[in-house]
Design a protein around this ligand. Structure first.
Ligand code: SAH
Ligand code: SF4
Ligand code: F3S
Length: 442
């Protein structure tokens, strides 16, 4: 059997797409290999969200060439493939396939052609495509990524995603429920529903709250998560469903991007600082103990000291449990690149703001984590800890990462632990009960 090696960059949507691609290729007779050396096909599933994500891939393509046999097919898939298209084929002569996120159905034929010396570009959008008949090949032992929506209809002015993934479309509720049942039958107990603005999901028959209720009620499911929601799509019925469905976890990753209303307006985020804070308040009122994490961009064009201070004060006011911070990266073709050049924030200013923001958000997270020492949590044991064979990595429902002793925790187990120590970002936990009871209705 010919072998395929695949590397994934970018968000969970890309991870889910990689699982779909490997499933499709397995059905077409390809053997998956974890070693690029000597593979018949090498695929790199790419991200275009920031320039450094693309630079990493370009560097990696150079390295992978060193592992290739004379007849190895090298393909680039995903958002960078969609964004660069023919330019990538022209620049990278060893790459023979450039395939965008809506064209994976044709992957086996495209690879066949490439093995016969053809070079192909497949970047058409297909608004009907959800890969319903593909059997995802999953690699996570305990949880399943389930795309419920593809594309994005927001047009945040910094963002390339609407151009690389096309318009928003939702999968049918029945298809999502069917896939959830499938993953339960494979022994997984957690699902993560994926979409760029996942809570705007609407399949024509209902809203995201209906989807949460349907998925959350599948027999055998113990945890339902979703990412990433948009503040404007947290309607009362959606928050109501989150509060009422016991399997929906107490964690919301709610990208803020900025704490300044004028900046949010330039970003076309479609909410104000007050609107964001109100959304958090509604979530906290409905879901006791919900943890809130976020994404923040610094150095968007025109960012003033006062606007940056507003972002710091938002972080303090909300009290984020964790935050991913990014330096603004101009993406070709996005509206932000058409702002006057004099609005560009000087690099040294961006760097010092970035450092300050990181310190602030880490300090806030550390304080919030320290305050929870001594509390108990139900955790799901996910995998071996990166360092040290004696520990396994587990997650609480409120998305805290907890290291537990390996001898008391098999992967896939639910345990109740006491949070006994923290580095500020992760915990150590001591088991207090062998297996936690099923979650009860709040
Ligand atoms: N759909 C998700 C975000 C997807 S991109 C949402 O709207 O929440 C993930 C994160 O990358 C974004 O939340 C944003 O913080 C960051 N990001 C996107 N475009 C960027 C850019 N041009 N420069 C820097 N960060 C960016
Ligand atoms: Fe990008 Fe905005 Fe869409 Fe998120 S909501 S993917 S940040 S355009
Ligand atoms: Fe990157 Fe595409 Fe995801 S640009 S963040 S892989 S949707």
């Amino acid at each position: 059997m010919p072998s395929v090696y695949l590397e994934t960059y970018g968000c969970q949507m890309n991870v889910a797409d990689s699982e779909l691609m490997l499933g499709k290729l397995a059905a077409a007779g390809y053997d998956h290999t974890e070693n690029p050396e000597g593979a018949d096909v090498i695929l790199v599933n790419t991200c275009a969200v920031r320039d450094n994500a693309e630079q990493r891939v370009l560097g990696r393509l150079g390295e992978l060439k060193g592992h290739m046999k004379r007849d190895t097919v090298l393909g680039v898939t995903g958002c960078m493939a969609q964004r660069l298209g023919q330019r990538l084929l022209d620049a990278e002569t060893r790459v023979s396939l450039v395939v965008g996120p809506d064209a994976y159905r044709s992957l086996p034929e495209l690879i066949d052609g490439a093995r016969h010396g053809e070079r192909a570009l497949a970047t058409d959008f297909d608004l009907e495509e959800h890969y319903e008949d593909f059997q995802a090949r999953r690699f996570e032992g305990v949880k399943a990524w389930i795309p419920v929506q593809r594309g994005c209809d927001y047009r945040c002015t910094y963002c390339i995603v609407p151009y690389t993934r096309g318009s928003e479309r939702s999968r049918a509720l029945a298809d999502v429920v069917r896939e959830t049942r499938d993953v339960v039958s494979q022994g997984l107990t957690e699902v993560v529903l994926l979409g760029q603005t996942v809570n705007s999901w609407n399949d024509g028959s209902g809203h995201f709250g209906d989807l949460l209720r349907a998925v959350g009620a599948v027999d055998g499911i113990r945890r339902v998560r979703f990412t990433s929601p948009h503040p404007n799509d947290f309607t009362d019925p959606v928050i109501g469903a989150m509060a009422e469905v016991p399997t929906v976890c107490e964690h919301v990753h709610l990208p803020a991007q900025s704490g300044s209303t004028s900046m949010l307006k330039r970003m076309l985020r479609r909410y104000t600082r007050e609107g964001y804070i109100d959304c958090v308040a509604r979530l906290r009122a409905a879901i006791p103990g919900v943890s809130i994490t976020t994404d923040i961009i610094v150095g968007f064009p025109g960012e003033t000291d006062a606007e940056f201070e507003d972002t710091l004060s938002l972080a303090r006011e909300v009290g984020f449990d964790d935050a991913f911070t990014f330096k603004f990266s101009p993406r070709e073709g996005t509206p932000a690149t058409r702002l006057p050049a004099e609005l560009t924030v000087p690099e040294e200013v961006v760097n010092s703001r970035y450092t300050e923001l990181l310190q602030v958000v880490r300090g806030i997270a550390r304080g919030r984590n320290m305050a929870r020492l001594g509390e108990r949590r139900e955790v799901l044991v996910e995998k071996e800890a990166k360092r040290g064979g004696q520990l396994r990595q587990a997650r609480s429902r409120d998305f805290r990462s907890v290291m537990v002793p390996a001898e008391s925790a098999e992967i896939g187990d639910y345990l109740t632990v006491e949070l006994t120590g923290t580095t500020g970002s992760t915990y150590t936990g001591t088991p207090v009960a062998a297996r936690a009871p099923l979650p009860v209705a709040r």
